[in-house]
Design a protein. Sequence first.
Lengths: 293, 271
Amino acid sequence: MKSATTASATAPGDVTSFSLGLALPLGVVFAIFFVLPLAQLFYLSLHNDTAATVWGLGQYIKFLSDPFSLAVLGSTLLLGAEVTLACLVLGYPIAWLYQRSGSRVQTLIIMIVLLPLLTSVVVRTFAWIVILGRQGIINSVLQSLGLIGTPLRMIYTQGGLIAALAQVQMPLMVLPLITAIGRIDPNLADASASLGAGSWRTFVKVMLPLSMPGIIAGCTLTYAAAITAFITQSLVGGGQMLFMPMYLYQQASTLQNWPFAAAISIIFLFAVLAIVALFSMLGRRARGYGDAR
Amino acid sequence: MSGRQRNWEALSFQIVMTAIAVLALILIVSPSLVVVIVSFTSGFSLKFPPQGYSTRWYVELWNAWQLQFAARNSVVVAMSSTALSIVLGVAAALAISRSKALTAKLLDSLFMSPLVLPALAFGLAALMFFSLIGLPISLLTLVIGHTIVCVPYVVRNTVAALAQLEPTLLESSAILGASRLYTFRRIVLPLIRPGIISGAFIAFMSSFDNVPVSLFLRDAATDMLPIRMWQDLEGKLDVTIAALSSVLIIGTVALMAIMERTTGLSKRLTG
């Protein structure tokens, strides 16, 4: 019966689907205000001078032959990896706990996870300044316990930045994980246990591989968000650490070097796309693995 | 493995996982709590815990006209781009959700791409594009830019809601003589409404909170709240920002509670 309805879905005068023409308005808006600007960005990046009159790959050569620029790119990509790993290690147990809880606790967990996703990123970052600052909560506690004499410098450090970014991006990791773990047949864990595997072994051999689609989806979102998190990077990272978004902004805004800023954008864009593609390739493999059950 | 070892092993797993989960949940919640507490300080610094408590910074907020101006702009832009996103996004979602055509798949990827692309690159591109076509920076250009990055949320949530719609309902309605428009109004729209509303809610929040696009598309006359707050924080650590942050946190919690009641937001976001 189900197949009968799907078979009729392509027939003319079909009432179950809508005309593709309905996508036209948004398609036009995207063509003009999304595709065209990005095309112009690319066009501009192919010019050697700031007035954009001389064609050439000068901006790309400038970036790729400059150790400073490459270091900025490298540290941005590394930062993303560190934050993603922290989110995965902390976020997976939340998703695990969610699936074992009653519906009241489930709603509570979801609300806790969603709250930071929906509060302003400036507010969340500001909170970390309060926590990590010289007079912040961590320093106050450590000092009152007599563990340290002078306040520790935590803000403007890599560690502080990773903690703040991990907290800010955690929801993006947890939500897909909850979905993925919820799809795992609970009988599989029982089967594994009755065949003699312990909880840890079942977790590593059964749960983790089967939740791989969620892990991949979560990692993709977290990674992409962490490396573009301009506000958190600039406020918690401070002036000493420079990452791609701030580098791009400085070149465009302060120095008005638009072709170079355009080239930085394109390089950054392709770096992000390459990583997303890598994750989705891994995701396709993982899905094949998951479907084989 | 003996039974006792087995128990110990299972217990150790549960203890470790639960401990990390609870720790992570505390890590997620505590920054918001800290801000709300600090905002009631009577002092001038962000010392935690505060030495004394007062509501003076909320009174200060009442006089902070720059922040209020930016907040008004942010609300206007967020409401306009959400309205645009609903009209354009729902229509597009209807078109692509039930189609198996390649065009539909390509359009779907196009409409979702602002979610993965670095928005800062789009912000810069939009600024250069508007200056090329001679459209001066205004609230209008901000609305256009925000709509591009917010519409994916409406499309995604509406497509998800449409996927759960039984095609037989549409067929029954047609067989009973209802026109397509009537079926849409009386059958489709009521069923997908919660999906549209939750998509619109997320679109609104992400526009209100948008930094990468506003960074390039605003100026002094069209100041936006997150940018204003960021620039204030770059200069000095002002406790007024703590009061404002706490207002925003409480406002978000209230909106979330309303959305949970009306659309079951949490179930929607976890599929």
